[in-house]
Ligand binder design. Structure first.
Ligand code: NAD
Length: 492
Protein backbone atom coordinates (compact mmCIF):
# COMPACT_ATOMS: atom_id res chain seq x y z
CA UNK A 1 0.00 0.00 0.00
CA UNK A 2 1.12 3.58 -0.68
CA UNK A 3 2.43 5.37 2.43
CA UNK A 4 1.55 9.07 2.44
CA UNK A 5 3.54 11.39 4.71
CA UNK A 6 2.59 14.72 6.25
CA UNK A 7 4.16 18.04 5.21
CA UNK A 8 5.65 20.24 7.95
CA UNK A 9 8.05 23.16 7.54
CA UNK A 10 8.81 22.22 3.94
CA UNK A 11 9.59 18.58 4.71
CA UNK A 12 7.67 15.34 4.17
CA UNK A 13 7.59 13.45 7.41
CA UNK A 14 6.15 10.47 9.27
CA UNK A 15 4.05 11.13 12.36
CA UNK A 16 6.11 11.77 15.52
CA UNK A 17 4.62 8.60 17.05
CA UNK A 18 5.44 6.60 13.89
CA UNK A 19 1.81 5.47 13.51
CA UNK A 20 -0.26 5.11 10.31
CA UNK A 21 -3.93 4.64 9.51
CA UNK A 22 -5.70 3.19 6.50
CA UNK A 23 -7.62 5.13 3.86
CA UNK A 24 -10.36 3.13 2.10
CA UNK A 25 -11.64 3.06 -1.47
CA UNK A 26 -15.44 3.39 -1.10
CA UNK A 27 -16.12 1.45 -4.31
CA UNK A 28 -14.18 -1.63 -3.23
CA UNK A 29 -14.65 -1.13 0.49
CA UNK A 30 -10.91 -1.93 0.83
CA UNK A 31 -7.96 0.10 2.15
CA UNK A 32 -5.64 1.41 -0.57
CA UNK A 33 -3.21 3.73 1.26
CA UNK A 34 -1.62 4.34 4.64
CA UNK A 35 -1.72 7.88 5.99
CA UNK A 36 0.60 9.25 8.69
CA UNK A 37 -1.40 9.34 11.93
CA UNK A 38 -0.48 12.70 13.39
CA UNK A 39 -1.07 13.83 16.94
CA UNK A 40 -0.46 16.83 19.21
CA UNK A 41 3.34 16.61 18.78
CA UNK A 42 3.01 17.02 15.03
CA UNK A 43 0.55 19.87 15.51
CA UNK A 44 3.09 21.61 17.76
CA UNK A 45 5.81 21.34 15.09
CA UNK A 46 3.48 22.50 12.32
CA UNK A 47 2.07 25.48 14.23
CA UNK A 48 5.56 26.56 15.32
CA UNK A 49 6.71 26.32 11.69
CA UNK A 50 3.70 28.33 10.50
CA UNK A 51 4.30 30.94 13.20
CA UNK A 52 7.99 31.24 12.27
CA UNK A 53 7.05 31.61 8.62
CA UNK A 54 4.49 34.29 9.53
CA UNK A 55 6.88 36.36 11.62
CA UNK A 56 10.33 35.83 10.04
CA UNK A 57 11.92 34.93 6.70
CA UNK A 58 10.69 35.66 3.20
CA UNK A 59 6.88 35.49 3.62
CA UNK A 60 6.26 38.64 5.69
CA UNK A 61 8.81 40.48 3.50
CA UNK A 62 6.84 39.79 0.32
CA UNK A 63 4.62 42.42 -1.20
CA UNK A 64 0.97 41.58 -1.68
CA UNK A 65 1.60 41.49 -5.44
CA UNK A 66 4.31 38.87 -4.94
CA UNK A 67 1.91 36.77 -2.86
CA UNK A 68 -0.66 37.11 -5.61
CA UNK A 69 1.87 35.96 -8.18
CA UNK A 70 2.60 32.80 -6.15
CA UNK A 71 -1.11 32.09 -5.84
CA UNK A 72 -1.65 32.39 -9.58
CA UNK A 73 1.30 30.06 -10.17
CA UNK A 74 -0.28 27.56 -7.78
CA UNK A 75 -3.53 27.85 -9.76
CA UNK A 76 -1.63 27.02 -12.97
CA UNK A 77 -0.09 23.93 -11.35
CA UNK A 78 -3.47 22.68 -10.12
CA UNK A 79 -4.84 23.21 -13.64
CA UNK A 80 -1.91 21.27 -15.08
CA UNK A 81 -2.50 18.33 -12.68
CA UNK A 82 -6.30 18.49 -12.48
CA UNK A 83 -6.82 15.10 -14.10
CA UNK A 84 -4.36 13.35 -11.77
CA UNK A 85 -5.90 15.00 -8.70
CA UNK A 86 -9.42 14.05 -9.85
CA UNK A 87 -8.42 10.39 -10.34
CA UNK A 88 -6.85 10.32 -6.88
CA UNK A 89 -9.96 11.83 -5.31
CA UNK A 90 -12.26 9.28 -6.93
CA UNK A 91 -10.13 6.47 -5.55
CA UNK A 92 -10.20 7.97 -2.06
CA UNK A 93 -13.70 9.44 -1.70
CA UNK A 94 -15.71 7.59 -4.36
CA UNK A 95 -17.22 10.63 -5.99
CA UNK A 96 -17.94 10.44 -9.71
CA UNK A 97 -15.03 11.05 -12.02
CA UNK A 98 -17.21 13.40 -14.10
CA UNK A 99 -17.88 15.58 -11.04
CA UNK A 100 -14.32 15.43 -9.75
CA UNK A 101 -12.86 16.36 -13.14
CA UNK A 102 -15.16 19.37 -13.34
CA UNK A 103 -14.36 20.30 -9.73
CA UNK A 104 -10.57 19.98 -10.10
CA UNK A 105 -10.73 22.01 -13.33
CA UNK A 106 -12.59 24.74 -11.43
CA UNK A 107 -10.39 24.83 -8.28
CA UNK A 108 -7.62 26.95 -9.95
CA UNK A 109 -10.10 29.84 -10.24
CA UNK A 110 -9.94 30.34 -6.46
CA UNK A 111 -6.16 30.75 -6.59
CA UNK A 112 -6.43 33.12 -9.56
CA UNK A 113 -9.23 35.19 -8.03
CA UNK A 114 -7.69 35.61 -4.58
CA UNK A 115 -4.24 36.00 -6.16
CA UNK A 116 -5.72 38.99 -7.98
CA UNK A 117 -7.36 40.30 -4.81
CA UNK A 118 -4.18 40.10 -2.69
CA UNK A 119 -2.92 43.57 -3.67
CA UNK A 120 -6.31 45.26 -3.71
CA UNK A 121 -6.92 45.21 0.03
CA UNK A 122 -6.81 48.85 0.99
CA UNK A 123 -7.41 50.73 4.19
CA UNK A 124 -8.91 54.18 4.37
CA UNK A 125 -7.97 57.67 5.40
CA UNK A 126 -10.60 58.54 7.98
CA UNK A 127 -11.94 62.13 7.88
CA UNK A 128 -11.73 62.59 11.68
CA UNK A 129 -13.94 64.78 13.82
CA UNK A 130 -10.81 66.12 15.59
CA UNK A 131 -8.45 68.81 14.34
CA UNK A 132 -4.70 68.22 14.38
CA UNK A 133 -4.80 64.46 13.80
CA UNK A 134 -4.42 62.24 10.79
CA UNK A 135 -5.96 58.76 10.97
CA UNK A 136 -5.72 55.82 8.62
CA UNK A 137 -6.62 52.13 8.72
CA UNK A 138 -4.84 49.12 7.38
CA UNK A 139 -5.87 45.48 7.10
CA UNK A 140 -3.37 43.06 8.58
CA UNK A 141 -3.28 39.25 8.40
CA UNK A 142 -4.49 37.44 11.52
CA UNK A 143 -1.54 35.05 11.74
CA UNK A 144 -1.53 31.26 11.71
CA UNK A 145 -4.78 29.86 10.29
CA UNK A 146 -5.97 26.31 11.01
CA UNK A 147 -7.87 25.04 7.97
CA UNK A 148 -9.97 21.94 8.69
CA UNK A 149 -11.89 20.26 5.88
CA UNK A 150 -14.61 17.63 5.39
CA UNK A 151 -14.44 14.58 3.15
CA UNK A 152 -16.97 15.41 0.48
CA UNK A 153 -15.00 17.88 -1.69
CA UNK A 154 -11.53 18.05 -0.15
CA UNK A 155 -9.62 20.23 -2.63
CA UNK A 156 -12.52 22.58 -3.33
CA UNK A 157 -13.21 23.18 0.36
CA UNK A 158 -9.49 23.71 0.93
CA UNK A 159 -9.29 26.26 -1.91
CA UNK A 160 -12.16 28.22 -0.33
CA UNK A 161 -9.96 28.66 2.76
CA UNK A 162 -6.35 28.53 1.63
CA UNK A 163 -6.61 30.98 -1.28
CA UNK A 164 -7.99 33.91 0.81
CA UNK A 165 -5.77 32.99 3.80
CA UNK A 166 -2.58 33.21 1.71
CA UNK A 167 -3.80 36.25 -0.21
CA UNK A 168 -4.30 37.99 3.14
CA UNK A 169 -0.75 37.08 4.21
CA UNK A 170 -1.61 34.43 6.80
CA UNK A 171 0.23 31.12 7.06
CA UNK A 172 -1.63 27.84 7.39
CA UNK A 173 -1.80 24.43 9.00
CA UNK A 174 -4.21 22.26 7.04
CA UNK A 175 -5.99 19.23 8.48
CA UNK A 176 -7.88 17.22 5.86
CA UNK A 177 -10.56 14.70 6.81
CA UNK A 178 -9.15 11.37 8.02
CA UNK A 179 -11.31 9.73 5.32
CA UNK A 180 -9.82 11.70 2.40
CA UNK A 181 -6.30 12.94 3.10
CA UNK A 182 -4.63 11.77 -0.12
CA UNK A 183 -5.58 14.62 -2.46
CA UNK A 184 -4.46 17.31 0.03
CA UNK A 185 -1.09 15.57 0.39
CA UNK A 186 -0.73 15.48 -3.41
CA UNK A 187 -1.83 19.13 -3.64
CA UNK A 188 0.73 20.34 -1.13
CA UNK A 189 3.51 19.17 -3.47
CA UNK A 190 2.20 21.78 -5.90
CA UNK A 191 2.37 24.41 -3.15
CA UNK A 192 6.06 23.55 -2.79
CA UNK A 193 6.61 23.55 -6.57
CA UNK A 194 4.96 26.98 -6.86
CA UNK A 195 7.69 28.33 -4.55
CA UNK A 196 5.87 29.12 -1.30
CA UNK A 197 8.52 29.37 1.45
CA UNK A 198 8.76 26.46 3.93
CA UNK A 199 6.30 26.71 6.80
CA UNK A 200 3.78 28.88 4.96
CA UNK A 201 1.54 25.86 4.26
CA UNK A 202 1.75 22.73 6.43
CA UNK A 203 -0.43 19.62 6.37
CA UNK A 204 -1.00 17.46 9.44
CA UNK A 205 -3.04 14.31 8.83
CA UNK A 206 -4.92 12.37 11.47
CA UNK A 207 -8.13 12.32 13.44
CA UNK A 208 -10.28 15.15 14.71
CA UNK A 209 -9.94 14.32 18.39
CA UNK A 210 -6.11 14.31 18.18
CA UNK A 211 -5.02 16.68 15.43
CA UNK A 212 -8.11 18.87 15.01
CA UNK A 213 -8.56 19.49 18.69
CA UNK A 214 -4.87 20.27 19.31
CA UNK A 215 -4.86 22.68 16.37
CA UNK A 216 -7.94 24.60 17.43
CA UNK A 217 -6.66 24.84 21.01
CA UNK A 218 -3.11 25.93 20.12
CA UNK A 219 -2.50 29.47 21.40
CA UNK A 220 -0.49 30.49 18.30
CA UNK A 221 -3.42 29.71 16.00
CA UNK A 222 -5.38 32.93 15.54
CA UNK A 223 -7.95 31.81 13.01
CA UNK A 224 -9.90 28.61 12.46
CA UNK A 225 -11.71 27.96 9.19
CA UNK A 226 -13.74 24.78 9.29
CA UNK A 227 -16.08 22.82 7.04
CA UNK A 228 -17.90 19.91 8.59
CA UNK A 229 -20.82 18.89 10.73
CA UNK A 230 -22.62 21.26 13.06
CA UNK A 231 -21.74 19.08 16.06
CA UNK A 232 -18.00 19.43 15.38
CA UNK A 233 -18.49 23.10 14.49
CA UNK A 234 -20.07 23.73 17.88
CA UNK A 235 -17.15 22.05 19.70
CA UNK A 236 -14.64 24.05 17.66
CA UNK A 237 -16.51 27.29 18.26
CA UNK A 238 -16.52 26.71 22.03
CA UNK A 239 -12.82 25.91 22.16
CA UNK A 240 -11.86 28.79 19.87
CA UNK A 241 -13.96 31.23 21.90
CA UNK A 242 -11.87 30.54 25.00
CA UNK A 243 -8.90 32.15 23.25
CA UNK A 244 -10.96 34.72 21.32
CA UNK A 245 -10.02 33.24 17.94
CA UNK A 246 -11.75 34.29 14.78
CA UNK A 247 -13.72 31.44 13.18
CA UNK A 248 -15.36 30.68 9.89
CA UNK A 249 -17.72 27.73 10.20
CA UNK A 250 -19.32 26.12 7.15
CA UNK A 251 -21.70 23.55 8.56
CA UNK A 252 -24.61 21.41 7.49
CA UNK A 253 -27.98 22.10 5.92
CA UNK A 254 -31.53 20.91 5.40
CA UNK A 255 -32.20 22.99 2.36
CA UNK A 256 -35.69 23.43 0.89
CA UNK A 257 -36.25 23.23 -2.85
CA UNK A 258 -39.64 24.95 -3.32
CA UNK A 259 -41.73 24.43 -6.45
CA UNK A 260 -44.77 26.65 -7.13
CA UNK A 261 -47.57 25.69 -9.50
CA UNK A 262 -46.51 28.34 -12.05
CA UNK A 263 -42.97 26.95 -12.45
CA UNK A 264 -41.59 25.28 -15.55
CA UNK A 265 -42.08 21.82 -14.13
CA UNK A 266 -39.58 19.92 -16.27
CA UNK A 267 -36.80 22.34 -15.32
CA UNK A 268 -37.80 22.07 -11.67
CA UNK A 269 -37.75 18.26 -11.86
CA UNK A 270 -34.19 18.41 -13.18
CA UNK A 271 -33.28 20.82 -10.38
CA UNK A 272 -34.90 18.66 -7.71
CA UNK A 273 -33.20 15.48 -8.89
CA UNK A 274 -29.74 17.02 -9.20
CA UNK A 275 -30.34 18.89 -5.93
CA UNK A 276 -30.54 15.66 -3.97
CA UNK A 277 -28.89 12.90 -6.00
CA UNK A 278 -25.84 14.74 -7.36
CA UNK A 279 -22.76 13.72 -5.37
CA UNK A 280 -24.99 10.97 -3.92
CA UNK A 281 -26.58 13.60 -1.70
CA UNK A 282 -23.27 14.19 0.08
CA UNK A 283 -23.26 17.94 -0.23
CA UNK A 284 -24.02 20.51 2.42
CA UNK A 285 -26.40 22.25 -0.01
CA UNK A 286 -28.35 19.11 -0.91
CA UNK A 287 -31.98 20.06 -1.60
CA UNK A 288 -33.13 17.38 0.80
CA UNK A 289 -36.61 18.83 1.41
CA UNK A 290 -38.70 19.15 -1.76
CA UNK A 291 -41.65 21.46 -1.09
CA UNK A 292 -44.42 21.03 -3.70
CA UNK A 293 -47.52 23.21 -4.07
CA UNK A 294 -50.45 20.87 -3.52
CA UNK A 295 -52.08 21.16 -6.96
CA UNK A 296 -48.93 20.04 -8.82
CA UNK A 297 -47.80 17.52 -6.22
CA UNK A 298 -48.93 14.31 -7.91
CA UNK A 299 -47.81 15.08 -11.45
CA UNK A 300 -44.48 16.45 -10.19
CA UNK A 301 -43.77 13.34 -8.11
CA UNK A 302 -44.58 11.15 -11.11
CA UNK A 303 -42.08 13.03 -13.31
CA UNK A 304 -39.48 13.06 -10.55
CA UNK A 305 -39.65 9.30 -9.99
CA UNK A 306 -39.51 8.63 -13.73
CA UNK A 307 -36.27 10.64 -13.98
CA UNK A 308 -34.71 9.42 -10.73
CA UNK A 309 -35.23 5.79 -11.74
CA UNK A 310 -33.01 6.26 -14.80
CA UNK A 311 -29.93 6.97 -12.61
CA UNK A 312 -27.07 4.62 -13.45
CA UNK A 313 -25.22 3.46 -10.34
CA UNK A 314 -21.81 1.84 -10.32
CA UNK A 315 -18.08 2.40 -10.54
CA UNK A 316 -17.35 6.10 -9.89
CA UNK A 317 -14.34 5.85 -12.24
CA UNK A 318 -16.69 5.34 -15.20
CA UNK A 319 -17.95 8.43 -17.03
CA UNK A 320 -21.26 6.56 -17.52
CA UNK A 321 -22.00 6.36 -13.77
CA UNK A 322 -24.49 8.88 -12.38
CA UNK A 323 -24.80 7.87 -8.72
CA UNK A 324 -21.78 6.59 -6.82
CA UNK A 325 -21.15 5.08 -3.39
CA UNK A 326 -21.28 6.76 0.01
CA UNK A 327 -17.76 7.90 0.92
CA UNK A 328 -17.38 6.31 4.34
CA UNK A 329 -18.73 3.23 6.07
CA UNK A 330 -20.04 5.15 9.12
CA UNK A 331 -21.85 7.55 6.79
CA UNK A 332 -23.33 4.61 4.85
CA UNK A 333 -24.71 3.20 8.09
CA UNK A 334 -26.00 6.62 9.14
CA UNK A 335 -27.92 7.08 5.87
CA UNK A 336 -29.54 3.64 6.20
CA UNK A 337 -30.41 4.47 9.80
CA UNK A 338 -32.24 7.64 8.69
CA UNK A 339 -34.21 5.66 6.10
CA UNK A 340 -35.46 3.42 8.93
CA UNK A 341 -36.30 6.47 11.05
CA UNK A 342 -38.41 7.92 8.21
CA UNK A 343 -40.25 4.63 7.67
CA UNK A 344 -40.97 4.29 11.39
CA UNK A 345 -42.18 7.89 11.63
CA UNK A 346 -44.79 7.20 8.95
CA UNK A 347 -43.27 8.74 5.81
CA UNK A 348 -44.40 7.00 2.61
CA UNK A 349 -41.57 5.30 0.73
CA UNK A 350 -41.92 5.89 -3.03
CA UNK A 351 -38.55 4.69 -4.25
CA UNK A 352 -35.34 3.06 -2.99
CA UNK A 353 -35.21 2.67 0.75
CA UNK A 354 -32.15 0.49 1.39
CA UNK A 355 -28.69 -0.62 0.31
CA UNK A 356 -28.14 -0.93 -3.45
CA UNK A 357 -27.42 -4.56 -4.26
CA UNK A 358 -27.22 -4.21 -8.05
CA UNK A 359 -24.27 -6.21 -9.47
CA UNK A 360 -22.62 -3.04 -10.82
CA UNK A 361 -22.33 -1.76 -7.24
CA UNK A 362 -19.94 -4.56 -6.26
CA UNK A 363 -18.92 -4.43 -2.61
CA UNK A 364 -19.16 -0.65 -2.42
CA UNK A 365 -21.12 1.35 0.13
CA UNK A 366 -24.14 2.12 -2.09
CA UNK A 367 -27.58 3.31 -1.02
CA UNK A 368 -30.51 3.30 -3.49
CA UNK A 369 -31.71 6.81 -4.40
CA UNK A 370 -34.61 7.14 -2.00
CA UNK A 371 -37.77 9.28 -2.09
CA UNK A 372 -40.28 9.70 0.74
CA UNK A 373 -43.58 11.55 0.34
CA UNK A 374 -46.15 12.55 2.94
CA UNK A 375 -43.35 13.98 5.07
CA UNK A 376 -44.32 16.40 7.84
CA UNK A 377 -41.83 19.13 8.62
CA UNK A 378 -41.53 18.09 12.26
CA UNK A 379 -40.40 14.55 11.41
CA UNK A 380 -36.73 13.80 12.03
CA UNK A 381 -36.19 13.07 8.32
CA UNK A 382 -37.21 16.70 7.62
CA UNK A 383 -35.26 18.26 10.47
CA UNK A 384 -31.91 16.43 10.54
CA UNK A 385 -29.18 16.37 7.93
CA UNK A 386 -28.88 12.93 6.31
CA UNK A 387 -26.00 13.73 3.92
CA UNK A 388 -27.04 11.01 1.48
CA UNK A 389 -29.42 10.31 -1.43
CA UNK A 390 -32.65 10.63 0.54
CA UNK A 391 -35.37 13.10 -0.50
CA UNK A 392 -38.34 14.17 1.63
CA UNK A 393 -41.36 15.52 -0.27
CA UNK A 394 -43.57 17.95 1.65
CA UNK A 395 -46.84 19.52 0.41
CA UNK A 396 -47.75 23.19 0.89
CA UNK A 397 -50.80 25.36 0.09
CA UNK A 398 -49.47 28.86 -0.50
CA UNK A 399 -46.47 31.16 -0.16
CA UNK A 400 -46.95 31.72 3.57
CA UNK A 401 -47.02 28.03 4.33
CA UNK A 402 -44.04 27.37 2.04
CA UNK A 403 -42.06 30.00 3.94
CA UNK A 404 -43.04 28.63 7.32
CA UNK A 405 -41.90 25.14 6.30
CA UNK A 406 -38.74 26.40 4.56
CA UNK A 407 -37.67 28.39 7.61
CA UNK A 408 -38.91 25.84 10.14
CA UNK A 409 -35.57 24.09 10.64
CA UNK A 410 -32.49 25.09 12.61
CA UNK A 411 -30.33 25.23 9.45
CA UNK A 412 -30.16 27.95 6.80
CA UNK A 413 -27.57 27.16 4.14
CA UNK A 414 -29.35 27.18 0.75
CA UNK A 415 -32.83 27.27 -0.76
CA UNK A 416 -34.32 26.86 -4.25
CA UNK A 417 -37.43 28.67 -5.50
CA UNK A 418 -39.07 27.59 -8.77
CA UNK A 419 -41.61 30.08 -10.10
CA UNK A 420 -42.35 32.20 -13.17
CA UNK A 421 -43.65 35.08 -11.05
CA UNK A 422 -40.82 37.59 -10.56
CA UNK A 423 -42.56 39.28 -7.65
CA UNK A 424 -42.91 35.97 -5.83
CA UNK A 425 -39.26 35.11 -6.58
CA UNK A 426 -38.13 38.36 -4.98
CA UNK A 427 -40.51 38.06 -2.01
CA UNK A 428 -39.36 34.52 -1.32
CA UNK A 429 -35.65 35.31 -1.68
CA UNK A 430 -36.11 38.17 0.80
CA UNK A 431 -37.90 36.13 3.44
CA UNK A 432 -36.07 32.80 3.27
CA UNK A 433 -33.49 32.46 6.04
CA UNK A 434 -30.53 31.07 4.10
CA UNK A 435 -27.11 32.24 2.97
CA UNK A 436 -27.84 31.39 -0.68
CA UNK A 437 -31.15 31.45 -2.58
CA UNK A 438 -31.37 30.06 -6.10
CA UNK A 439 -34.31 31.04 -8.33
CA UNK A 440 -35.13 28.60 -11.15
CA UNK A 441 -31.78 26.90 -10.65
CA UNK A 442 -30.05 24.98 -7.86
CA UNK A 443 -26.54 24.19 -6.54
CA UNK A 444 -24.66 26.90 -8.46
CA UNK A 445 -21.58 28.19 -6.63
CA UNK A 446 -18.73 30.45 -7.72
CA UNK A 447 -15.50 31.83 -6.32
CA UNK A 448 -16.97 35.29 -6.94
CA UNK A 449 -20.02 35.34 -4.69
CA UNK A 450 -20.22 34.77 -0.92
CA UNK A 451 -21.24 31.39 0.44
CA UNK A 452 -22.16 30.56 4.01
CA UNK A 453 -24.91 29.79 6.45
CA UNK A 454 -27.65 31.44 8.45
CA UNK A 455 -28.59 29.97 11.85
CA UNK A 456 -26.93 26.61 12.64
CA UNK A 457 -25.44 26.38 9.14
CA UNK A 458 -22.48 28.47 10.15
CA UNK A 459 -20.62 31.69 10.81
CA UNK A 460 -18.83 33.86 8.28
CA UNK A 461 -18.57 33.70 4.51
CA UNK A 462 -16.28 31.99 2.04
CA UNK A 463 -15.82 33.04 -1.62
CA UNK A 464 -16.15 36.51 -3.07
CA UNK A 465 -14.46 39.67 -1.85
CA UNK A 466 -15.91 39.33 1.67
CA UNK A 467 -13.96 36.09 2.21
CA UNK A 468 -10.54 37.70 2.47
CA UNK A 469 -11.74 39.88 5.37
CA UNK A 470 -12.22 36.70 7.40
CA UNK A 471 -8.39 36.44 7.51
CA UNK A 472 -7.66 40.10 8.25
CA UNK A 473 -7.92 42.43 11.21
CA UNK A 474 -8.14 46.21 11.02
CA UNK A 475 -5.67 48.55 12.66
CA UNK A 476 -6.39 52.23 13.17
CA UNK A 477 -3.35 54.56 13.35
CA UNK A 478 -3.49 58.08 14.82
CA UNK A 479 -0.85 60.67 14.00
CA UNK A 480 -0.64 64.03 15.70
CA UNK A 481 -0.15 66.60 12.97
CA UNK A 482 -0.19 69.60 15.31
CA UNK A 483 -2.76 69.12 18.05
CA UNK A 484 -1.48 70.79 21.23
CA UNK A 485 -0.36 68.44 23.98
CA UNK A 486 -2.08 70.00 26.99
CA UNK A 487 -2.38 69.27 30.72
CA UNK A 488 -3.78 65.69 30.96
CA UNK A 489 -5.91 66.64 34.00
CA UNK A 490 -7.74 69.40 32.17
CA UNK A 491 -10.30 67.80 29.88
CA UNK A 492 -11.54 69.85 26.93
P1 NAD B 1 -16.97 16.25 10.60
O1 NAD B 1 -17.46 17.38 11.42
O2 NAD B 1 -17.10 14.89 11.13
O3 NAD B 1 -15.42 16.42 10.26
C1 NAD B 1 -14.92 17.56 9.57
C2 NAD B 1 -13.47 17.74 9.91
O4 NAD B 1 -13.35 18.09 11.29
C3 NAD B 1 -12.60 16.50 9.72
O5 NAD B 1 -11.34 16.89 9.21
C4 NAD B 1 -12.46 15.97 11.14
O6 NAD B 1 -11.32 15.20 11.35
C5 NAD B 1 -12.39 17.27 11.93
N1 NAD B 1 -12.74 17.16 13.35
C6 NAD B 1 -13.53 16.24 13.96
N2 NAD B 1 -13.61 16.48 15.29
C7 NAD B 1 -12.86 17.58 15.52
C8 NAD B 1 -12.56 18.35 16.68
N3 NAD B 1 -13.04 18.03 17.88
N4 NAD B 1 -11.77 19.44 16.56
C9 NAD B 1 -11.29 19.82 15.36
N5 NAD B 1 -11.53 19.11 14.21
C10 NAD B 1 -12.31 18.02 14.29
O7 NAD B 1 -17.72 16.39 9.20
P2 NAD B 1 -17.66 15.40 7.95
O8 NAD B 1 -18.45 14.19 8.27
O9 NAD B 1 -16.24 15.24 7.50
O10 NAD B 1 -18.40 16.25 6.83
C11 NAD B 1 -19.76 16.23 6.61
C12 NAD B 1 -20.37 17.50 7.15
O11 NAD B 1 -19.76 18.63 6.52
C13 NAD B 1 -21.84 17.63 6.84
O12 NAD B 1 -22.54 18.07 7.97
C14 NAD B 1 -21.89 18.70 5.75
O13 NAD B 1 -23.09 19.40 5.66
C15 NAD B 1 -20.76 19.56 6.12
N6 NAD B 1 -20.31 20.34 4.96
C16 NAD B 1 -20.54 21.68 4.96
C17 NAD B 1 -20.17 22.45 3.87
C18 NAD B 1 -20.40 23.93 3.84
O14 NAD B 1 -19.72 24.61 3.10
N7 NAD B 1 -21.33 24.47 4.61
C19 NAD B 1 -19.55 21.84 2.78
C20 NAD B 1 -19.32 20.47 2.82
C21 NAD B 1 -19.70 19.73 3.94
Amino acid sequence: MDKLQMYIDGRYTDAANGEWFESDNPFTGQPWALIAKGGPDDVELAVQAAHRAFTTGPWPEMTASQRGHLLRKLGDLVARDAKRLADLEVQDNGKLIAEMQAQCNYVPQWYYYFGGLADKIQGAVVPLDKKGYFNFTRHEPLGVAALITAWNSPLLLLAWKLAPALAAGCTAVVKPSEFTSASTLAFVKLVEEAGFPPGVVNVVTGFGRDVGNALVGHPLVRKVAFTGSDATGRAINELAAKQFKRVTLELGGKSPNIVFNDAKLDDAVNGAVSGIFAATGQTCIAGSRLLLQEDIHDQFVEKLLALAKTARMGDPKSLETQVGPITTRPQYEKVLGYIDVAKNDGAELLMGGGPATRPECGNGWFVEPTVFSGVKNDMRIAQEEVFGPVLSVIKFRDEEEALAIANGVRFGLGAGVWTNDIGRAIRMSERIQAGTVWVNTYRAVSYMTPFGGYKDSGIGRENGQDAIREYLQVKSTWINTGAPSGNPFVLK
